[in-house]
Design a protein around this ligand. Structure first.
Ligand code: PXP
Length: 379
């Protein structure tokens, strides 16, 4: 265990995100063979440590203790109380400030010291900046999984066998997609059972099966064994999935579906609106993952509403990560609105269909996938 993060702070802090950032920073410094201890505490404890070990009075934001031992890089103590005061915004700002303090402490452990004079200060600032960039770069590398339902929609329009979503799955993989998504609907309006079976057999990346939490679908999933199931609400009259699952209102039945799928060895993601009660309920029912329904953000009628919806997604992605859930996002995302979301480090996977298939009609599927990959990966 190269990085150990101990949280002794009584308030809410983005602990999981900090753990991940610590691991990534060690990788970015090429120091994965070294051990690093990070203690998150409050002003009272950091003031005691400051007095006892450095002979200084009062609290501070971060203290580093380097170790002479070869396997131990050292320890970093951070006061979340001070970080909170220093952060400009209560939730997203705190996460960012804690990461900055972590980087500052780490750069000290790597031998830099701003207190040695202007040259030392400049070197330290430069090193911190490099690590911030490296961390952000890694943060933006979410996975892109592509929903090929609409290739099947075109096929079903004539009731024949072209175009084939199985071929589409192979093309999106060759273009660099990280996974393939299909929604097997109860009414089989686009994807057919045969499509799911064949994609399962031929996909080289990951297969996500979207489905309703019904007995029929749970039995199909148990037989096909996709890499993950995303449970979605399903109405026969809807054009596409409208709104997220009401996990909070249906805890028992969704919890039951999650357990049955998990018992078959299939991890489960729940497609939910970015609402606190839905995310907390997703954790309670034992899901491994949530997919944030981005429809309200994507369909915002003006910039103000889009901004509010964006902020809500940032907050809910952070909450879900703190609760130990992996965060995916999807619905209504296109070449204009995905970039902002791709910069949210907590979102580790995007599920996008319609915009890519629509563009493919003009540019070809390969190019449409590559263009979206650039946006999602930030490259
Ligand atoms: N995620 C889920 C759970 C969905 O139901 C859909 C639509 O099928 C998508 C993502 C993809 O949405 P879009 O086709 O708008 O990109």
């Amino acid at each position: 265990m190269p990085a150990v993060v101990i949280n002794r702070y009584p308030g809410r802090i983005p602990e999981k995100a900090l753990e991940r950032a610590t691991g990534r920073l060690l990788r970015a410094c090429g120091a994965t063979h070294k051990e690093l201890g990070v203690l998150i505490t409050g002003d009272e404890e950091i003031a005691r440590i400051n007095k006892r070990w450095l002979g200084r009075k009062g609290p501070t934001n971060v203290i580093s203790f380097s170790q002479e031992e070869t396997t131990l890089l050292g320890d970093i103590v951070i006061s979340a109380d001070t970080a909170k005061r220093e952060a400009s915004d209560a939730l997203t700002g705190l996460s960012q400030r804690l990461t900055e303090l972590l980087i500052h402490g780490l750069v000290h452990l790597l031998g830099e010291d701003h207190e040695t004079g202007p040259e030392g200060a400049e070197r330290m600032q430069k090193r911190e900046q490099e690590l911030r960039i490296l961390l952000n770069k890694e943060n933006t590398m979410a996975d892109l999984c592509i929903n090929v339902d609409h290739i099947a929609t075109i096929r079903q329009a004539r009731g024949g066998d072209e175009p084939d979503p199985v071929a589409a799955a192979a093309i999106v993989e060759l273009a660099g997609a990280d996974g393939v998504v299909v929604h097997l609907r109860e009414d089989r309006r686009h994807i057919q059972d045969r499509d799911v079976r064949l994609i399962r057999e031929t996909a080289k990346t990951r297969l996500t099966l979207e489905m309703a939490a019904t007995d029929e679908m749970i039995a199909i999933a148990a037989g096909i064994k996709p890499d993950i199931v995303t449970l979605v609400p399903e109405k026969r009259q809807e054009l596409t999935t409208e709104g997220g699952l009401d996990v909070a209102g249906l805890e028992q039945s969704i919890g039951n579906a999650v357990s049955r799928l998990n018992d078959s060895g299939i991890p489960v993601s729940l497609f939910v609106d970015p609402e606190e009660d839905q995310i907390k309920a997703s954790r309670r029912v034992g899901a491994q993952c949530i997919e944030i329904h981005t429809g309200r953000y994507a369909e915002a009628k003006n910039a103000e509403v889009e901004e509010d919806e964006f902020e809500q997604i940032v907050k809910m992605a952070s909450l879900a990560t703190d609760l130990g859930l992996r965060v995916h996002a999807g619905h209504g995302l296109n070449y204009r609105n995905t970039g902002r979301l791709a910069a949210i480090s907590e979102i580790v996977e995007f599920s996008i269909g319609h915009a890519i298939i629509a563009r493919a009609a003009f540019t070809g599927l390969d190019q449409a996938v590559r263009e979206m990959l650039k946006i999602v990966k930030g490259i």
